[in-house]
Design a protein around this ligand. Structure first.
Ligand code: MN
Length: 314
């Protein structure tokens, strides 16, 4: 596996997630993967340009495109070498580059599991904030910008350059949703539905039932490759305060580990036709954290996802 640090936060709600890759490294990501007997490469961070708001159009479009280009190329290269990219952000906009590259590498044969409090399905027209970190899935799905002129041009440029093969909404799974904007909700209703599990579903039926349902969905999809995009704001802020977009009522510590362990079992099982090809971990903001608890928690989730159990890697 290869760690790709993306200290880019200009498209987020609050600055500070540029410190996320350092926090996750400090929490021992590479060491944890080595302990599980994976080979780990870390070629450092992509280069981040200074902020440049632009006169009109999408906020910080220039710096974003500059960063996504590098993310796209690094992920493409890592996949072509047969390695697993671990993309550490940074705000969630960077998934346009990472998942766009994976969609290209597998010719569109890709499902995405979006583990996040938010649906990130806004377009420039429906986004209440105008921040690109709330729009990556809409961009990946080739939804139209909904605003003409420069915004539309810039939106289409992102799609042309980074998303040659659009993500199909019916191959997208959401887990942990609890803060969905009106425009996103409309889009979720309108687009062909993949898998959706909100925090209310998890409360009613329990995480095990919901992940079993996810397992059946993944196995029946007819797709060979899976990308997991993990936004730490899916976790309850009591557990993971170090994020700029905290929402109460998230996954608990034990649910987080159970999710990682169950996903590992599903993906390792003999009857699973889908392989995990890459991971994003985003929105870790050490400025809001206490003693790097959120960085450490992120590393614990990744460890469970890659086979760590109480009794070792089974
Ligand atoms: Mn997100």
């Amino acid at each position: 596996m290869e760690i790709i640090g993306v200290p880019f936060d200009l498209c987020g709600f609050r600055l500070g997630s540029r410190l996320g890759p350092a926090a996750v490294r400090l929490a021992g990501l590479a060491e944890a993967m080595l302990a599980l007997e994976y080979e780990v490469l870390d070629d450092g961070d992509v280069v981040i340009p200074p902020a440049h708001p632009g006169a009109d159009g999408i906020k910080q479009h220039g710096p974003a495109a500059y960063v996504f280009t590098q993310v796209f190329e690094r992920v493409q290269e890592t996949l072509s070498e047969g390695h697993m990219p671990l993309v550490i952000g940074g705000d969630h906009s960077i998934s346009i580059g990472s998942i766009g590259a994976a969609l290209g590498a597998y010719d569109g044969d890709l499902a995405v599991l979006w583990v996040d409090a938010h649906a990130d399905l806004n377009t420039p027209a429906t986004s209440p904030s105008g921040n690109l970190h709330g729009m990556p899935l809409a961009c990946l799905m080739h939804e139209p910008a909904g605003i003409e002129g420069k915004t539309d041009e810039q939106w289409q440029l992102l799609q042309r350059r980074f998303v040659p093969n659009p993500l199909r909404s019916d191959r997208t799974a959401f887990l942990g949703l609890r803060d969905v904007d009106a425009g996103e909700s409309d889009r979720l209703q309108r687009l062909p539905r993949g898998y959706v599990s909100t925090m209310a579903d998890i409360d009613r039926r329990g995480l095990v039932t919901e992940v079993d349902r996810l397992s059946a969905w993944i196995k029946g999809l007819g797709v060979k490759n899976l990308w997991i995009s993990f936004d730490v704001d899916v976790l309850d802020p009591i557990l993971a305060p170090g994020t700029g977009t905290a929402v109460r009522g998230g996954l608990t510590y034990r649910e987080m580990h159970l999710l990682g362990e169950m996903l590992y079992e599903i993906l390792e099982s003999d009857d699973c036709p889908v392989q995990l090809v890459g991971l994003d971990m985003v929105e870790i903001n050490p400025l809001f954290d206490t003693h790097n608890e959120t960085g450490k928690t992120g590393v614990e989730f990744i460890s469970s996802l890659f086979g760590k159990t109480i009794l070792g890697r089974l």
